[in-house]
Write a protein that binds this ligand. Structure first.
Ligand code: DGL
Length: 437
């Protein structure tokens, strides 16, 4: 993918309010008109009265990438659980909380909708994810009828950079319009806060953002990084970007994103290597002398292949003398997940939303869902594997909420493609434990 480059960026507006939440087409109104939540893309508003603290927390992504954020949430110990003051206490910070995860796998990759001219449809998909999180409607595995057994959520983490870049402002506006007292945390601002300031007396190194094509095109990261550095009175740093159209899908084992003749693992390795080579070559051609010192993993799938990314930079540095001065010997990896987890903790503290001592949680254990194509849909075109056909997927237009071409069903580790199930087992141990208790 041709590198999307921005050089040193300047900021006028505050970071993620980049999209002025222009009113979304009718989906927000549609949900507001179906307050009993008996139909798809709506939710029961009466669930949002009174004390919400016993409800679980919702986390969503376009696929399994958001599980890297959930892993960071499970692992976080940055606060005292009694006083909520910063500082570890040897106990997981969310030890009494429960989570509902949703991966909109049937509609991914999200990162390719903007370049297909489908940004409005992507914005609608993100609001649909939110109605799923807020609602009680889900499809049991192998059933032809939705049930109303999924608990609503008390907070939402958008564990997807693309969805944060294109949908955070919409989601906040929709939630306000629906009068739902749920707060929303996104990943991009957290990722930007992870970029270290320039040390005094040191020439600034470049920051590389590796993300989806859509996230790069939104410029959310260059803006947010610049805003963060300015707010803290720091010097700007040159920001360069690389957007991959295939990497997230290849990590998921999506056959349409794998390279011909290669296994999922080989495909991932080659895509990573080629994208990083493109990024570094574009940096060289720009004439910049600022070596790449930090890389922001600007897609929640990418921490799953951080080792491969590090190897690609190291190989280029070693194999080509032209690149050596352009790649810092020690590179800082910025994964927005941990900072997102900290922000979630702080917001729960501020809103007094932690499960109250002695209270019974609304669910006994964490629940995981994915979307799959709905074979009963009158409009959906499915491929031989039963997934939405690519041309159908990227050809849809907003509206038509009576048509449910995908449905949210329980996620089973054993039913994910083996390559992605193995990544979860290897890299996300806490998630794997919760997924198969
Ligand atoms: N995990 C998503 C992100 O962080 C993107 C994957 C996709 O393109 O669907 O941007």
């Amino acid at each position: 993918m041709k590198s999307l480059r921005f050089g040193l960026t300047f900021l006028w507006a505050s970071a993620i309010s980049l999209r002025a939440a222009a009113p979304l087409p009718s989906l927000v109104d549609y949900a507001a008109q179906h307050t009993d939540g008996r139909v798809a893309f709506a939710f029961n508003t009466s669930a949002y009265q009174g004390d919400l603290s016993s409800l679980p927390i919702g986390v969503f992504d376009s696929g399994i990438g958001g599980l890297t954020v959930l892993e960071a949430i499970y692992q976080l110990d940055a606060f005292n659980n009694e006083t909520h003051a910063p500082g570890p206490d040897g106990k997981p910070d969310f030890e009494h909380e429960h989570f509902i995860y949703f991966g909109d796998q049937a509609n991914m990759p999200y990162g390719n909708y903007p370049s297909s001219g489908k940004t409005e449809y992507l914005r609608e998909l993100i609001i649909k994810d939110v109605t799923f999180m807020l609602g009680q409607r889900a499809w049991p595995a192998r059933s032809d009828a939705a049930e109303f057994t999924k608990p609503p959520v008390k907070a939402i983490v958008i564990a997807c950079n693309t969805a944060t870049a294109y949908g955070l402002a919409d989601v906040r506006a929709a939630i306000e319009r629906w009068h739902v007292p749920v707060f929303v945390v996104g990943v991009v601002e957290a990722g930007a806060r992870g970029v270290a300031p320039v040390a005094a007396g040191i020439a600034p190194q470049s920051v590389a953002v590796f993300a989806t094509v859509g996230t790069c095109a939104s410029e959310a990261y260059p803006r947010a990084i610049e805003a963060h550095l300015r707010e803290t009175g720091q010097l700007g740093r040159p920001v360069i970007q690389e957007g991959s159209p295939k990497l997230a899908g290849a990590i998921e084992g999506d056959p349409t994103c794998l390279l011909p003749g290669l296994t999922p693992r080989e495909s991932v390795n080659k895509i990573v290597h080629d994208e990083i080579a493109t990024l570094v070559e574009a940096h060289r051609q720009s004439g910049s002398a600022a070596p790449i010192g930090s890389i922001v993993l600007g897609c929640t799938h990418y921490p799953l292949v951080q080792d491969e990314i590090a190897r690609a930079f190291a190989d280029l540095r070693q194999s080509d003398a032209r690149y050596r001065p352009l790649i810092a010997e020690k590179m800082e990896f910025v994964n927005p997940a941990e900072l997102t987890a900290k922000e979630l903790y702080q917001r729960l503290t501020e809103t007094k939303r932690f499960l109250r001592p002695g209270a019974t949680p609304a669910v006994a254990h964490d629940l995981f869902y994915v979307s799959v194509a709905n074979p009963k849909s009158p409009t959906a075109k499915l491929d031989a594997a039963g997934a939405l056909e690519t041309t159908y997927k990227y050809g849809r237009a907003p509206g038509g909420f009576e048509v449910e071409d995908t449905k949210g069903v329980p996620m089973q580790l054993a039913e994910l493609p083996p390559s992605s199930a193995n990544l979860i087992r290897e890299k996300l141990p806490a998630v794997a434990r919760h997924l198969q208790p």
